[in-house]
Design a binder for this molecule. Structure first.
Ligand code: ADP
Ligand code: DP6
Length: 394
């Protein structure tokens, strides 16, 4: 059937690093200067849904295309092209070995994707987006590739995306080879190993960010001397302590490394010349709030971390929901979006935050996301491309 439309759909999660990737040793292959480690977040709250399709009936003149959140998205960039090229090459090898297979590698790709949260707002849409793109095309092509092998491809789309091919607790090993063949992700532990991990995201700004991570990290590598200390000493030590904390389900060291690593990353941004500032007054108020919550509890119950933007991600364990979420809920008020009624109902305000901190948070946090550790990409039955090849309108 020359007009048959082949389709595969997948969802993919966001991940938030607790040991940050910041710095490239090879910008073309997207090879990092250090290993990193992240927690994959539940897809009920933050996810990409992507359908990859191909057909001999798709006009060759249109080439490959991607529709992202209903809008055409440029696929001519080197990153998307690298993903397409690698996946097609693997499919072509299967077709060469078994001539009875349909020649999907020669057909144009039409991809339709939706993020159920703001794109390019510092909520790791690129991680979920590239992980979903790679997984969906790999499924379309029926590639026998493991998630680690696919992570090699997703890495070339966006570094942090390689960690979104797994659920739970995920490491991206920097590797040492010049061709990047050993720079890939693996799973440190399943979500079910430590399922009590929760994350409260304080959205301080849903606007597009200032300095992109790609260019920010290149400026840091080129100009910061503190950065050398980070990649040579700080990160290797943080990786070791973090992996053990996860294996032992030990929140105190998990939290301390998370906070120290975020601080170390933002210190290298401040040491970049000219300096880069991702955190703002609201972000710093969130840091103080976490310190006050931990001090009042007499133990570490919450850990903050910040990516290349002002939003705070606060990790905590389910049993400490009242201490952590209760405090933020009463400061921020129930009017803002994102509270899960079942989870906040009846929570008491356990810590009273110092006045300045409370008013900065109240004035600057526009929305929260309540989520937790979750699984990796899932095959989806819902297709964003209809059987006749047209995009599905929703
Ligand atoms: P974020 O902080 O959300 O990761 P970035 O600016 O780093 O923002 O990345 C946003 C870019 O990631 C988008 O412009 C797009 O190129 C890519 N992206 C986001 N979502 C998807 C998706 N669902 N499918 C493919 N690419 C995506
Ligand atoms: C601060 O993965 O967005 O979120 O590889 O250039 O696409 P590119 O960068 P990207 O950088 C993420 C940086 C970070 C830390 C992290 O997720 O580890």
């Amino acid at each position: 059937m020359a007009d048959k439309v082949y389709r595969a759909s997948t969802t993919a999660p966001v991940n938030i690093a607790v040991v940050k990737y910041w710095g490239k040793r090879d910008a073309t292959l997207n090879l990092p200067t250090n290993s990193s480690l992240s927690v994959t977040l539940a897809q009920s709250d933050l996810r990409t849904l992507t359908t990859a399709s191909c057909s001999a009936s798709y006009p060759a003149s249109e080439g490959d295309w991607l529709l992202l959140n209903g809008e055409p998205s440029d696929v001519s960039g080197a990153r998307v092209q690298a993903c397409f090229r690698e996946l097609r090459a693997r499919r072509a090898a299967l077709e060469a070995a078994d001539p009875s297979l349909p020649k999907l590698s020669t057909m144009p790709l039409h991809i339709v994707s939706e993020n159920n949260f703001p794109t390019a707002a510092g909520l790791a849409s690129s991680a979920a987006g590239f992980a979903a793109l790679v997984r969906a095309i790999a499924d379309l092509y029926e590639l026998p590739a493991s998630p680690s092998e696919l992570s090699l491809i997703a890495r070339q789309g966006s570094g942090s995306a390689c960690r979104s091919l797994f659920g739970g607790y995920v490491a991206w090993r920097m590797g040492g080879k010049a061709d990047g063949s050993d720079s890939m992700a693996d799973q440190v532990a399943e979500a079910s190993h430590w399922p009590e991990m929760r994350a409260l995201v304080l959205v301080a700004s849903a606007a597009k960010k200032g300095v992109s991570s790609t260019s920010g990290m290149q400026q840091t590598v080129a100009t910061s001397s503190l950065f050398q200390e980070r990649i040579e000493r700080v990160v290797p030590q943080n990786m070791a302590v973090m992996e053990k904390a996860i294996q032992d389900r030990d929140f105190a060291p998990f939290a301390e490394v998370t906070m120290r690593d975020s601080n170390s990353f933002h210190a290298t941004c401040a040491d970049t010349y000219p300096p880069i500032f991702y955190m703002n007054d609201v972000s710093r108020a969130a840091i103080r709030a976490v310190e006050q919550i931990n001090a009042a509890a007499g133990r570490t119950v919450a850990a903050y971390t910040f990516d290349a933007g002002p939003n705070a991600v606060i990790y905590y364990l389910e049993k400490d929901t009242e201490l952590v979420v209760g405090t933020f809920y009463h400061v921020l008020g129930g009017e803002i979006d994102g509270w899960k009624n079942d989870a906040v109902k009846g929570l008491k305000p356990t810590t009273s935050l110092d006045g300045g901190v409370a008013s900065l948070l109240k004035g600057g946090v526009s929305r929260v996301i309540m989520t937790g550790v979750g699984p990796g990409p899932q095959k989806a039955d819902e297709h964003l491309v209809a059987e006749d090849g047209t995009p599905v309108r929703r």
